[in-house]
Each structure stands twice: as C-alpha cells, then as structure tokens.
Design a protein around this ligand. Structure first.
Ligand code: PEP
Ligand code: MN
Length: 373
C-alpha cells in the first residue's frame, strides 16, 4: 500500500509524529518514507511493505497527514498503474517534461571519441533545435580488448561542450555506481552546465546492486533499457528496483531482443511493446532504433530501417528516441555501422515529426470515438 501525504506535511509536526507512531504499531509491516521532489512542490509518500492485506483503505485514509491511500498489486508497486491511482505519468527535469504524453529525441554519439566529433554533434543538435543528446563515456563491450570508452577523463569537456550548445540533458550509461559519483563530480567541477539521465544498459538490466545504488540517488533520472534476453516482466521489475529505493524518475527503453529470429536486424525489434509498457506502468517509454536495427540498411522506398522502426514506435505513442549519430561513422570507435550521419539529422527529425503528428491524430480519433460510445 502507498500513502500519499498532504502537500504541506511538515515532518516535524505533531500530526506527522502521530502518523509515524501509528504506522510503527502495524504488525509485520515496514514503512519506507520517500520524498519526491517535483518542479513546484515536494511530495512525501510512505510505502507500506509486508502484510498489508489486513489494512482497511478507509482506516489508512483517515490517518493524520494522509491525502491518498492506494492499494497496489504485487506487480510494479511504485511505477505501475493501479486501480484508483491518480499519480502522474510524468516527471520534470531541467525544465523539460518527460511523460507518457511527451516526445524527446536524444540523438548523439554512441561513444565519446574526439572533442571535434562531440562538438560537431552538439553544434548540429543546437542548429536543429535539440536540447537533449546521448554520449557514452563508459562502454560495456563484448570484448575486453575493444575500446571501453574514455570514462571520467572526458566528462568535464563533454559537459562544457553540452553547456556551450545549450544541451539540457545528456543520457549517459553507467556500468558501476562509482560512475554516477564521477559524473556528479565532473558536473560540479564545471558548474553544472547540463543535466544527466543515467542510463542502465541492457547488459546491466538485472545488475541489482547497481540498480539499488542508482535508485538511492534522486538527483538524476534514470533510463533503464529492457534486458535483451529476459521477459518484459523481469525488465519492469528491474525498473521497480530503482523506484523501490526512492528514484521514480525512470524512463523505460526498448532496444530489441537477442534472437536469430530478428535477422537481418541486430536484434528482434520489440517496439510493439510501447503501448503495453504504458498500460502496465506510468513510465515514459523510450525506443532505441540504432541498437535494435544495427545497420544503415534501407528498404526499396529509400527509407532507412532505423527510420521505419522509429516511426512505428512513435506512431504507437513512444515518448523518447535514443539514436546513434556520428559526424564520420567510418571513424566511430563503437557501433559505426549503425550510426546515422550528421547531415541526416534534419531529415530524421522531419520523419519523427510526421510520425508524432500521426500519433496525436490517432489519439484524438480514439478520444472522439470514446466520447461517442
Ligand atoms: C548504448 O545505448 O550505447 C548501449 C550500449 O545500448 P544497449 O545497452 O541497449 O546495448
Ligand atoms: Mn552502441
């Protein structure tokens, strides 16, 4: 069960003390308090964990400071959608809204290589009205001999360049909890020129200790990728690890599944699950066409496969696109074969806008059908 407290609850008030006393008397039930910082206000929630079936929802609603009590199913307690659950399906970060109703493109380098390439990418983003990007500094690689990313050394100049080109949010993968601290340190050193979404890659979707560590910090939202060889349910539970530790600013990303059935794509594209994740949870849903498709192949209509799957995801309501670009894909140190070229960025964004407009029209048609029936 989740208790959402009144907006103006003072943790030092008598009422709050009474509430906590009452909760401490509940047998076999543990209370975990979470403070959720929104752009305008802070909300305090208490998760009751354990034998909560015996609790009456009306009794809990009547407790001091309690505005709302929600009985949650076992599944995805914090991030899930539950009956009579009016919690929002969005969060705000760096002045941008990330929700199940918004769309952001995170085009950028799979891996940071040279300063020139990073600057060229950022300049192109700004020229095309973009405020977000992806930049990999810590790369999980199949071979231990492959380029592992520049790590913390590159962070200060990457962040400075992001600031120079008015990039508000950089999605950056972390593979160890120390990376989040290194990112924090570099941001502080450079005067916080940009914001960060910490990315959990598909190889770490079930790295529970990493999830717990990243979930304990609430300064940076988290983008968690679906595990490429596990069920959707297992991946959604992995996302729940982040939230159960206190960070519910979580975006869920589909990036394709590992199976030969998907040939000739690098992974079997799983974007049909966009509406499913939106139905089961309150997380915005991201898609990664680059790691799904894995190449610059195109169909007879001349449209890249990566564009096709992006459009398919957006027309089904996707909220974010994480996509690899590179000024010179032949020189990219990681995933060059799937990188789009910088001069293809305006065309990509145009295709995204066409698909988004179609989705909005579809949503409108659905609303008007429902009104009539
Ligand atoms: C990435 O986005 O750079 C990446 C490594 O993706 P994934 O974890 O989906 O393989
Ligand atoms: Mn990659």
């Amino acid at each position: 069960m989740i208790l959402i407290l009144d907006e103006n609850t003072d943790a030092h008030s008598d009422e709050y003390r009474q509430l906590m006393e009452r909760l401490s008397l509940l047998e076999n039930i543990e209370s975990r308090v979470h403070q959720i910082q929104g752009s305008e206000r802070a909300v305090r929630e208490i998760y009751l964990i354990g034998d909560t079936k015996v609790l009456q929802i009306d009794d809990m609603r009547a407790l001091p400071c309690v505005a709302q009590a929600i009985r949650v199913s076992e599944e995805y307690r914090v991030l899930g959608r539950h009956k009579h659950d009016s919690r929002p399906a969005h969060f705000d970060y760096q002045g941008l809204r990330f929700g199940q109703d918004t769309l952001h493109v995170f085009a950028g380098l799979c891996a940071v290589d040279t300063r020139e390439h990073v600057e060229e990418m950022m300049r192109a983003l700004k020229d095309n009205g973009q405020q977000c990007t992806r930049m990999g500094a810590y790369k999980p690689r199949t071979s231990p001999y492959a380029f592992q990313g520049h790590g913390k050394e590159c962070l200060p100049w990457v962040f400075e360049l992001a600031g120079k080109y008015d990039i508000k949010v950089v999605a950056m993968e972390v593979t160890h909890e120390s990376h989040a601290e290194e990112i924090r340190g570099a941001l502080e050193l450079t005067g916080n020129p940009t914001g960060i979404i910490l990315q959990i890659g598909t190889r770490n979707t079930q790295n529970f200790e990493l999830l717990k560590a990243v979930g304990r910090q609430t300064d940076y939202p988290v983008l968690i990728k679906r595990g490429f060889g596990i069920t959707l349910d297992e991946s959604l539970n992995a996302a729940e690890y982040l939230a159960s530790e206190g960070n519910s600013k979580v975006v869920f990303a589909l990036r394709g599944m590992k199976t030969n059935l998907g040939d000739p794509h690098r992974n079997f594209v799983d974007f049909a699950h966009v509406p499913v994740v939106k139905r089961l949870t309150r997380m915005p849903v991201c898609v990664d066409p680059s790691h799904s498709v894995g190449s610059r192949s195109s169909s007879p209509d001349g449209i890249f496969d990566a564009f096709h799957v992006t459009a398919q995801a957006i027309i089904a309501g996707a909220n974010m696109v994480l996509v690899d670009f590179h000024p010179n894909p032949a020189k990219a140190l990681v995933d060059g074969p799937q990188a789009l070229k910088i001069d293809e960025l305006p065309y990509f964004l145009e295709d995204v806008a066409i698909a988004r407009e179609a989705y909005l029209k579809r949503a409108e048609a659905s609303a008007s059908f429902r009104d009539r029936h």
